[in-house]
Design a protein around this ligand. Structure first.
Ligand SMILES: Cc1cc2nc3c(=O)[nH]c(=O)nc-3n(C[C@H](O)[C@H](O)[C@H](O)COP(=O)(O)OP(=O)(O)OC[C@H]3O[C@@H](n4cnc5c(N)ncnc54)[C@H](O)[C@@H]3O)c2cc1C
Length: 446
């Protein structure tokens, strides 16, 4: 099935789930007296409807979109996180409108805004709403409030559980619509699904991953701040594809909060399941993984991501745009092409800071001698004043290196820090490269 069809089906299912409580409201409107009352109090009905949809939409966040195998080849990780952000903001808006409309309907409802005096069933609704707002706030402003990523994951999990518990209490105890059997069935089914997904993701999946730990074979320095981790599985593991990513956690304890994402950087042709990750030391986690010793164990949750060398769009050639450690997945792709004798044309535009920070010089020269590959290394501030490619990867450079005819038929894969990705997206747009010929991997999530 085509990726776009899968995306459409997925979105249609999400919209259907979100609107399910509304369908129950309108298909089973109750007795004629209740219907007349609803029509008179249409603002109240609207407020309840928005609350229902807001909560349903919030519940969609429990869907492990990145982990549904059927969707894995159609939704890029970046798209999934974008979807998650947009949907959660939508649910916050809808849930805020719920109490606001109640006040417009009946100004005495303002009393309920004194939540410290409100009945506990209403208070439960307020707690659920505040938790929802806090999730959105802490995600949008995580860096400004100096919340580290692992702390944010923990806060996120606590707030999500609070929403589930308190919103459910509010829903079942306050609303007269819950007396309708269809509505009751819909909400019980939704909650069972949310809790089921939570148990699968937080308990069953980590336990399954912990069954096959990986052993550190070696840690090799690639530059003063970058190193490669070589791992060997202690059992059979799912084969990854070049260009994909995995989440690593140190040790064999299945329920660790600290688990960070990294691209595979070795060939996907290794038959023994051995992996390489190339990692830039940035903070606590990447310092810890650097100090691992041969024989240490860790867990790898993957693969995830949609990049696929078998994608027919790549048949005319691949243009790689990498910034800094964004070179990691490119190394995986190039080693895989080398192992499979793939002679499709590849251009690698790789931006880094200077001669000391640039990575994989010899490895790339070696690959360049065997593959149909051209490497263009652009250094922002080269130490050598005569270095030819100074500054950033620019449209001028792409124009001069890529064939004048048919560049829109090439496939573009970019990976790196957000400012570089934004600049590259603009350049590709100006060059008239269609969206389906571009794949992105942003090294940033929340
Ligand atoms: C899909 C993806 C693939 C990546 N692949 C690579 C790679 O191959 N090599 C590499 O060196 N880096 C990669 N990164 C970035 C890497 O995950 C972070 O640099 C690393 O987790 C930083 O952790 P830290 O504790 O050392 O540093 P910190 O100082 O704690 O983090 C630095 C920044 O990294 C981001 N980050 C931290 N933890 C996470 C996390 N669990 N999930 C997502 N973002 C996080 C945050 O934006 C944070 O502000 C990738 C990121 C993503 C999202």
């Amino acid at each position: 099935m085509a990726a776009s069809t899968k995306k459409t089906i997925f979105l249609a299912v999400c919209v259907f789930i979100a609107l399910l409580p509304l369908l129950a409201m309108f298909i089973f409107p109750g007795t004629p007296e209740q219907q007349a009352l609803n029509q008179r109090n249409w603002l109240l009905t609207l407020s309840v409807a928005l609350g229902f949809v807001g909560l349903s939409v919030a519940g969609l966040q429990f869907l492990p979109v990145a982990k549904i195998p059927w969707l894995a080849d159609s939704l890029e990780l970046d798209d999934m996180y974008h979807f998650h952000h947009v949907v959660s903001l939508g649910s916050v808006m809808l849930c805020i409108l719920h109490p606001v409309l109640l006040v417009f309907n009946n100004v005495t409802t303002l009393q309920l805004f004194k939540f410290w005096e409100a009945p506990w069933t209403v208070l439960a609704g307020w707690i659920g709403l505040f938790a929802l707002i806090l999730i959105a706030f802490s995600s949008m402003f995580r860096k400004s409030i100096k919340l580290d990523y692992t702390g944010w994951v923990a806060v996120h999990a606590i707030l999500a559980s609070s929403i589930l518990i308190f919103a459910t209490i509010h829903l079942f105890k306050v609303n007269k619509y819950m007396s309708k059997q269809a509505m009751l069935v819909i909400w019980i089914a939704q909650i069972v699904i949310w809790v089921g997904i939570g148990i699968y993701l937080r308990v069953l999946k980590p336990l399954a991953i912990a069954k096959v730990p990986f052993v550190v074979e070696k840690v090799v320095d690639e530059s003063p701040d970058t190193y490669s981790l070589y791992l060997k599985p202690e059992g059979e593991v799912k084969q990854f594809r070049a260009g994909q990513v995995a989440w690593i956690s140190v040790g064999t304890q299945p329920f660790r909060v600290a688990r960070n994402p990294f691209s595979y950087s070795g060939s996907d042709q290794a038959s023994d399941g051995c992996l390489r990750f190339s990692i830039k030391e940035l903070g606590e986690f990447t310092r810890k993984t650097r100090s691992l010793k041969p024989g240490d164990k860790l867990l790898v949750d993957g693969p995830y991501g949609t990049f696929d060398l078998k994608n027919p769009h790549i048949d005319n050639g691949l243009v790689m745009l990498a910034g800094g450690i964004g070179i990691a997945p490119m190394m995986s792709i190039l080693h895989t092409m080398d192992d499979t004798g793939d002679k499709r044309p590849v251009w690698l535009f790789y931006g880094d800071f200077n001669e000391n920070t640039r990575l994989f010089e010899e490895e790339l020269a070696d690959l360049e001698s065997r593959l149909n590959l051209k490497v263009l290394r652009v250094l922002e501030k080269p130490l050598d004043a005569d270095y030819p490619l100074k500054g950033y990867v620019s449209q001028g450079l792409l124009d001069s290196e890529l064939p004048a005819e048919g560049r829109e038929n090439l496939y573009y894969f970019m990976c790196g820090p957000i400012p570089m990705m934004v600049a590259m997206e603009r350049i590709l747009e100006r060059m008239g490269i269609p969206g389906e010929k571009i794949s992105t991997e942003k090294y940033e999530m929340a």
